[in-house]
Design a binder for this molecule. Structure first.
Ligand SMILES: NC(=O)c1ccc[n+]([C@@H]2O[C@H](COP(=O)([O-])OP(=O)(O)OC[C@H]3O[C@@H](n4cnc5c(N)ncnc54)[C@H](OP(=O)(O)O)[C@@H]3O)[C@@H](O)[C@H]2O)c1
Length: 440
């Protein structure tokens, strides 16, 4: 048997502790499958005396991940600390700079410094594996980076934040408000104490930026993403969507267009009978559309200690099985110097269907006026309905719900602002984009 692969693990929280447990419990079968033992040589976390439910005897301890990455005698540095900067960034840079292979689950770090880190890795002959950074346990990085090489992708999208999907699923099933579902998500440990990163869409954006690069061969552009979270989705929107044959999901979508790449994260209506509409609760789903393969949809656990550790373990065993001197998989799917500059397609030229919900004063001519403003902007309507409030008196506000055929975002914005100028709108209009899966 070849020499053991010696790994150093920084971060012994949800993911790190689960990884240590699996490595220890399955050490014999992993040795058989990899042809060598995987040995945890060193670990690092903040509190040495914390009870983590794992056995760390005989394993070297480092207070600082940077020291572990720079000094320990290891073959692979596993970074499970988290955060785009600080100890995670410094230690990953140090490890790669000395040619150590790195495995990380850190989407924030990769979204910000991925291209730079890929260059450092390639220069020093190190591998940088990050399967757990996108959609947790779903092997989407391997699919894009290795399995589907040669495919031309047209669109990649998915439900990549379990917290948001949990909230939207519960709002729909139980008729609860956004606030009530968020509180439950926090109580159950699905949402952080400060949930803004999840519910405003930033977490999905980080994952999307990484997928975009792998699918389209462009540099990571995490700051160039159109972002809309789920905080203003109401139970009325969810009900209206259902009645029209749709379900609302927070999707991250990257799509190739004639003018560049659209990267967008926003609440999206998907047809009720599509597979992605059935993805409930904290589960994630990623869809890849390409010319050779067609459409691939992967559904599975997107977070949690063991699901995420499973992806990290896969990255480690890939390194354990790799032959010295063999051709390495490029970090971002192609050598970093061959990545193309990111060319952003403007959101106003996005083309698709739209759901628009307006609350208006019940006056003669308003309904016809709304339809006219749509027509003025070349928008063709799939449906338009007016609903009075239950038990609404004459003159009480009414709701008008429109669904458009495929149209330009700019036309929708102009039509809505023309309606706004008429003065009969009550409150803010709601606009939700519609996304249609190719086949499933
Ligand atoms: N949790 C998930 O479901 C999930 C899913 C996909 C990806 N990820 C990613 O996986 C990574 C780890 O997430 P997690 O949920 O396991 O985080 P976590 O539970 O908060 O654990 C973080 C660990 O890092 C240690 N740490 C933090 N700052 C440190 C520092 N300056 N020096 C040394 N150690 C430090 C902590 O030490 P102490 O324990 O001593 O405080 C803790 O053990 C993140 O990048 C996250 O985005 C997580």
């Amino acid at each position: 048997m070849a020499d053991a692969l010696r790994i150093g693990i920084a971060g012994l929280g949800t993911v790190g502790a689960a990884l240590v447990r699996i490595l220890q419990q399955r050490s014999n079968e992993l040795a058989i499958s990899c042809g060598r033992k995987i040995e945890i040589a060193a670990v690092s976390a903040r509190e040495r005396n914390k009870d983590r439910g794992i056995d760390l005897s005989g394993i070297a301890w480092y207070d600082d991940p940077l020291d572990l990455a720079a000094n320990a005698e290891i073959d692979v540095y596993v970074e499970l600390v988290g955060g785009a900067n600080g100890a995670a960034e410094a230690s990953v840079r140090a490890a790669l700079a000395r040619g150590l292979h790195v495995v990380t689950a850190n989407k924030a770090l990769l979204a910000r410094y991925g291209v730079e880190l890929a260059r450092i890795a390639e220069k020093n002959g190190a591998l940088l594996n990050y399967e757990a950074a996108v959609a947790g346990g779903i092997p989407v990085i391997k699919a894009l980076r290795e399995s589907l090489t040669g495919n031309h992708f047209s669109r990649v999208y998915g439900i990549m934040n379990g917290t948001c999907n949990y909230i939207l699923s519960r709002m729909e099933k139980e008729g609860l408000s956004f606030g009530e579902c968020l509180k439950d998500a926090q109580r159950l440990g699905y949402a952080e104490a400060d949930p803004s990163f999840d519910i405003e869409g930033n977490d999905t954006a980080h994952k999307l930026a990484i997928m975009t690069t792998l699918a389209f061969g462009s540099e990571i552009a995490a700051d160039d993403i159109y972002l809309e979270g789920i905080t203003n989705i109401s139970i009325e929107d969810i009900r209206a969507a259902n009645e029209l044959g749709y379900r609302i999901k927070l999707l991250g979508v990257a799509q190739k267009t004639d003018t560049g790449i659209e990267q967008r994260v926003h609440p999206t209506m998907v047809p009720l009978d599509s597979v992605i509409a059935q993805v409930d609760g904290v589960t994630n789903a990623v869809a890849l559309e390409s010319d050779i393969l067609g459409e691939l949809l992967m559904v599975g656990p997107g977070a949690g200690g063991s699901a995420t550790a499973s992806a990290v373990l896969g990255d480690i065993t890939d390194i354990a099985k790799s032959r010295p001197g063999a051709q390495q998989v490029p970090v971002l799917g192609r050598p970093a110097h061959l990545l193309e500059p990111y060319r952003r397609a403007q959101m106003r030229s996005h083309e698709g269907g739209y759901f628009i919900r307006l609350t208006v004063a019940d006056k003669i001519g308003v309904f016809a006026n709304v339809a006219t403003r749509m027509a003025d902007n070349g928008i063709s309507l799939e449906s338009i309905v007016q609903r009075s409030q239950p038990d609404g008196e004459i003159g009480a506000p009414v709701t008008i719900i429109l669904v458009t055929h495929a149209t330009m975002e700019e036309s929708v914005r102009k039509a809505v602002s023309a309606i706004r100028a008429e003065g009969y709108l009550i409150g803010e209009p709601q606009t939700i984009r519609i996304e249609r899966p190719k086949t499933v």
